[in-house]
Design a protein around this ligand. Structure first.
Ligand code: PGA
Length: 316
């Protein structure tokens, strides 16, 4: 493999990531025959096939997957080297890869905005996915830092709490329960409920709370997006439990309100997490310190109010 060129490895990494010659060619501004040729040569150098085509899908062979993880390490090291050099030159330059849980997408871009203004040389990639998707990314070592509520204790990670993420019950503002000073948990069981999708940490927290009280909600609908759930609540399809952050940045509409329900809010916290064996890049370290020092104040500021415990009516 010492004969392989860095260029070939770059092409290989893109093909392996996209599982497609065409998409890799598009990304790298190459023609597809050039990509195929480079991959043929690389397989010859490796002495073994790196891809196999089954039906119309491209798969990595075992050697291909090994090479893919080697490439990720090589490019990661090179990127770190570049960041170190610009750090030595007194500039913060390079890339920050951040992956956040769906509820944090309301806050993360605001924080990144301030951070990028302070360090204009930094490029950011931001992935948004649910709890299950985030765990997969942690295992794949796909990003620098992750923000999520339920830290994966079965993985060897470093985890620092960073901001409250209270889960609250939302209803249409004209719902009869919205007039009650306090709603019992039992009363919710009578109402049609909208749940997040399986694999969501919000859903898991809600199910756990009801199970602890031997109650089962009537799930009318399961939706994979906080935004879609807000629309469904406003449309009168049912009640739901969402992070209070999902409403924090909405404009002044009056369609949805938070109910004051016993045992709510469910007091989750967002944590910044990364694999314990991952050496953070200078930029990731800078962002981590920024989140821990200023994240809370900036998030509250962006929301125009403090995201704290206790109902806040009217919310939207
Ligand atoms: P979810 O996670 O998007 O999987 O519901 C929420 C969270 O971890 O805060």
């Amino acid at each position: 493999m010492q004969q392989a060129t860095l260029r070939q490895l770059k092409v290989f990494e893109a093909v392996a990531r996209h599982r497609s010659f065409t998409r890799a060619a598009e990304e790298l501004y190459l023609t597809q025959p050039t990509v195929s040729m480079q991959m043929k040569q690389l397989a010859k150098t490796a002495g073994t096939p790196l891809f196999e085509l089954i039906g119309k899908r491209l798969y990595l062979t075992e050697a291909g997957s090994e090479l893919y993880s080697t490439c990720k390490q090589i490019f990661d090291l090179l990127e770190r080297f570049e960041m170190k050099v610009s750090d030595l030159q007194g500039m913060k330059q390079g890339r920050l890869r951040l992956a956040v849980i769906t509820t944090a997408k309301y806050v993360a871009p605001r924080l990144l905005g301030v951070f990028c203004q302070r360090y204009p040389g930094i490029d950011v990639s931001l992935e948004v996915t649910n709890h299950e998707g985030l765990l997969e990314r942690i295992v794949e070592n796909a990003d620098d830092l992750y923000i999520l509520s339920r830290p994966p204790m079965h993985l060897d990670i470093k985890c620092q709490p960073f901001l409250e993420n209270p889960l609250v019950v939302m209803a249409p503002s004209n719902h009869p329960l919205a007039k009650q000073a306090e709603v019992s948990l039992e009363a919710l069981v009578e109402e049609p409920f909208i749940m997040r999708e399986p694999g969501s940490a919000t859903r898991e927290a809600v199910e756990r709370l009801f199970a602890e009280h031997d109650l089962t909600v009537k799930v009318r609908m399961s939706l994979g997006s906080n935004e879609a759930i807000k629309q469904a609540i406003a449309g009168g399809l049912g009640l739901s439990v969402l992070s209070r952050h999902t409403l924090a940045l909405m404009g002044a509409t009056t369609e949805i309100t938070e109910l004051n329900v016993q045992h709510f809010p469910i007091p989750l916290q967002w944590n910044v997490v990364y694999p314990a064996n991952r050496q953070l890049s200078t930029i990731a370290e800078t962002f981590l310190a920024f989140l821990l020092d200023e994240g809370k104040a900036l998030a509250a500021n962006a929301a125009g109010r403090t995201i704290s415990n206790g109902p806040q009516a009217p919310l939207v």
